[in-house]
Ligand binder design. Structure first.
Ligand SMILES: [Fe+2]
Ligand SMILES: [Fe+2]
Length: 279
């Protein structure tokens, strides 16, 4: 099975990239399941129900969130009726929505998607390791799911790597989101779990994390809040990771970063020529 995970969509530029390019990617690379992080899809802050539907129409099977889950207040309400929308599982009990969801891929496989949020340089939350342990106790790879994809929404690469090794051999893929900057460490861990510390963002990289540059630069220089951050609107890059998952074991056999867009168009390696499992 082939899965594609796209990083945080930032504003209109990022949405345009997904709507324009994702349907073709699914077709040309025979992708069976698509997960997208949508926490910054609405003007850089949160997600609306209309935008959520646009992402599903473009080919997303599941949309994940993060620390910006509730920036658009309507998400607190519509997440209850949208079972393809996932927020971190380690939010306090009583938080609307769900931290995990299972759906059928285009090849018939049952895919569980779980999101947890890190605690290093982030808001204080429940323990993400305990939270995912609970989710996996309820749904194990091979018995209840053909593939398990984990979105580790976190700032620190150390915490993300720790989560990768904690889950190695028990899930298909652990990917980091949140930093908006792709890392170059895509790999298959010793136990067979695909891993990448951060998949980067879908948006305009001529920016500070997808936002127009001037205001962030001023805030760092003067430490005085000024205008609101607004998404950069230049040519976007689509950024993510593709993983091939064994139909029997549910573990990763091939992982490759995906970066398609204005700057790197000519230098993108073809998918499925990434790191392959040795076993
Ligand atoms: Fe983000
Ligand atoms: Fe985030």
């Amino acid at each position: 099975m082939r899965c594609l995970f796209l990083g945080d969509i930032v504003g209109k530029s990022g949405r345009r990239a997904v709507v324009d390019r994702l349907p073709g990617l699914i077709e040309s690379h025979d992708i069976h399941f698509v997960i997208i992080n949508g926490e910054n899809a609405a003007g850089g802050f949160g997600i609306t129900e209309d935008i959520f539907h646009d992402l599903l129409d473009a080919g997303a099977d599941v949309v994940t969130l993060g620390n910006h889950s509730w920036d658009q207040r309507e998400a607190l309400v519509f997440i209850e009726r949208q079972n393809r929308l996932v927020r971190p599982a380690n939010y306090p009990s009583g938080t609307p929505g769900r931290g995990a969801t299972m759906h059928t891929a285009r090849n018939g496989a049952q895919v569980l998607v779980v999101q947890v949020m890190g605690r290093v340089f982030m808001d204080a939350l429940d323990d993400p390791f305990a939270a995912i342990e609970r989710e996996l106790a309820a749904c194990t790879l091979g018995d209840h799911a053909d593939a398990i994809i984990v979105d580790m929404h976190a700032e620190a690469t150390s915490e993300k790597q720790a989560m990768g090794h904690f889950l190695d051999g028990r899930v298909s893929l652990v990917v980091g989101t949140h930093t908006h900057v792709p890392t170059a460490d895509h790999q298959i861990l010793g136990g067979g779990t695909g891993y990448m510390s951060d998949v980067g963002m879908c948006g305009d990289y001529d920016s500070v994390l997808g936002m127009q540059k001037d205001e962030p630069v001023q805030r760092f220089m003067r430490k005085i809040p000024g205008a609101r951050f607004t998404p950069a609107l230049g040519p976007p890059m689509l950024s993510g990771v593709a993983v091939e998952i064994d139909d029997v074991s549910g573990l990763a056999t091939n992982i490759a970063p995906l970066r398609l867009g204005a700057v790197l168009e000519e230098t993108v390696p073809p998918l499925w020529l990434g790191v392959q499992s040795s076993g």
